[in-house]
Ligand binder design. Structure first.
Ligand SMILES: *Cc1c(COP(=O)(O)O)cnc(C)c1O
Length: 354
C-alpha cells in the first residue's frame, strides 16, 4: 500500500514546447533556463533530455552548474549570478561555464582568470536595479574583458515587467537597451514573457525558463499553445457527507451552505501544495473541476465534490496539470506558478514520462 500522490514530469512536453517556442525565433540562439532544479522538474533529467535541442543552458549559481557537469551534461552553461568567489570563476574556466559579470569584484577576478574562459556575459542594469553595471560603462567593460583574454563577450540585461510590454518601465528599459547595444548579435534581453511578446524584436539570445515547462505568461493565454510538463496528481482516500452548517478542516474556515459531499486527498503543503489556497481553488476530480474547501493541511486537502457526477474512493484527482493549470491554482493562492513549481518538496514521488 502506498500513497498515490505523484509529480508526473512529461519530458516530451518540454521538447514540444521548445519546438513551439523556437519556430518564430529561427535566427536566434536559444538558452534554456534550468535553475532551481529546472523549476522543480529535475535539472539533470531535463538538461540531459533537452541539451541536443538548445544552444545553451542557464542556472543561477555555480553549484547548480557543477551538478549538471557531474551528470555528464556538456552544453555550455551560463551562470546567471556569476561567480560568488574567485574559485567559482576558476571552476568556470575548468568546466566551461559562461559567467555573468555584474560587479567590479568579479571584473578583478577576470583579470587573472579571464584567459581560461571561452565566453563571459556582461550584465547591464537598464532599470531593474537588481544586478548589473551602469550602462555608461558598457564599452569600457567590454574592452577590458576581451583584453583579459576572454574568447567572446555577450551583453545582457533583464526586464522588470516583461509581461507588460506597454508599461512605462518596460519602454524605458527597451529604450536604454537600444541606445546601449545597437548591434544585436552578441546580446541577450528576452526571458519567456519578452520572447512571447516579441518585445522590440528579440536580441541575439533568448533566455527561456517558465514557458519551457508550459507555464502561461500573463496576458498571452491564447497566443501560443504550450503543454504543461508537470502534473501533480493524487486520489481520494475518504468521502463523507457533511450537513448544512457543519464546517470542514482547521479553523472551520469553510462551512457547508447545503448538505455536501467532501473528498479528502492525501496531498498538502508538506508536498508543496500552497497553504494559501482559498476556498474555491479548482481541483480536477475524475475529469471534472471541483472547489477546494477548508484550509490546506500539511498532508491533506478537502474538496467539495457534491456536484461531481462520478466520485469514488481511489478516484483520480489532479491538483495541477492540463486542468486546472498551475497558473489557475496560483491565482487562487496569492502566488505565481513559478513559485509552485519551484517549491515542491522532496517527499513527493516524481515519475518521468518521455
Ligand atoms: C530566471 C531568469 C530568466 C528566465 O525567466 P522566465 O520568465 O522563466 O523565462 C531569464 N533571465 C534571467 C536573468 C533570469 O534570472
Amino acid at each position: 500500500m502506498s500513497r498515490t500522490t505523484t509529480v508526473h514530469i512529461d519530458l516530451a512536453a518540454i521538447s514540444e514546447n521548445i519546438h513551439t517556442l523556437r519556430a518564430p525565433l529561427a535566427a536566434h540562439r536559444f538558452m534554456a533556463v534550468v535553475k532551481a532544479d529546472a523549476y522543480g522538474h529535475g535539472a539533470v533529467r531535463v538538461a540531459q533530455h533537452i541539451e541536443p535541442m538548445v544552444d545553451a543552458l542557464a542556472v543561477a549559481f555555480t553549484e547548480e552548474a557543477v551538478a549538471l557537469r557531474e551528470a555528464g551534461v556538456s552544453a555550455p552553461i551560463l551562470i546567471l549570478e556569476g561567480p560568488h568567489t574567485a574559485s567559482d570563476l576558476a571552476l568556470a574556466g575548468k568546466l566551461d561555464f559562461w559567467p555573468v559579470i555584474h560587479s567590479d569584484e568579479q571584473l578583478e577576478w577576470c583579470k587573472t582568470l579571464g584567459a581560461e574562459l571561452s565566453q563571459a556575459w556582461i550584465k547591464l542594469d537598464t532599470g531593474m536595479h537588481r544586478l548589473g553595471f551602469a550602462v555608461e560603462r558598457y564599452a569600457d567593460i567590454y574592452d577590458a574583458l576581451l583584453s583579459y583574454g576572454i574568447g567572446e563577450v555577450t551583453a545582457m540585461s533583464h526586464l522588470a515587467s516583461a509581461e507588460e510590454p506597454d508599461d512605462a518601465l518596460t519602454r524605458a528599459q527597451l529604450r536604454t537597451w537600444d541606445e546601449t547595444v545597437p548591434d544585436r548579435s552578441n546580446t541577450s534581453l528576452h526571458n519567456s514573457a519578452a520572447t512571447q511578446h516579441a518585445l522590440s524584436g528579440p536580441s541575439g539570445w533568448v533566455r527561456v525558463g517558465y514557458a519551457l515547462y508550459g507555464g502561461q505568461v500573463k496576458g498571452l493565454q491564447n497566443a501560443v499553445s504550450l503543454r504543461p510538463a508537470m502534473r501533480l496528481s493524487s486520489s481520494i482516500i475518504a468521502l463523507r457527507d457533511v450537513r448544512t452548517g457543519e464546517s470542514v478542516g482547521y479553523g472551520g474556515r469553510w462551512t457547508a451552505q447545503r448538505d455536501s459531499v467532501i473528498a479528502t486527498l492525501p496531498v498538502g503543503y508538506g508536498d508543496g501544495y500552497p497553504w494559501g489556497a482559498a476556498d474555491g481553488t479548482p481541483v480536477g476530480i475524475n475529469g471534472e473541476i471541483a472547489p477546494l474547501v477548508g484550509r490546506v493541511s500539511m498532508d491533506m486537502v478537502t474538496v467539495d465534490v457534491t456536484d461531481c457526477s462520478n466520485v469514488s474512493l481511489g478516484g483520480l484527482a489532479i491538483l495541477w496539470g492540463d486542468q486546472p493549470t498551475i497558473d489557475d491554482v496560483a491565482a487562487h493562492s496569492g502566488t505565481i506558478g513559478y513559485e509552485l513549481m519551484a517549491r515542491l518538496t522532496q517527499r513527493t514521488t516524481r515519475v518521468y514520462h518521455t
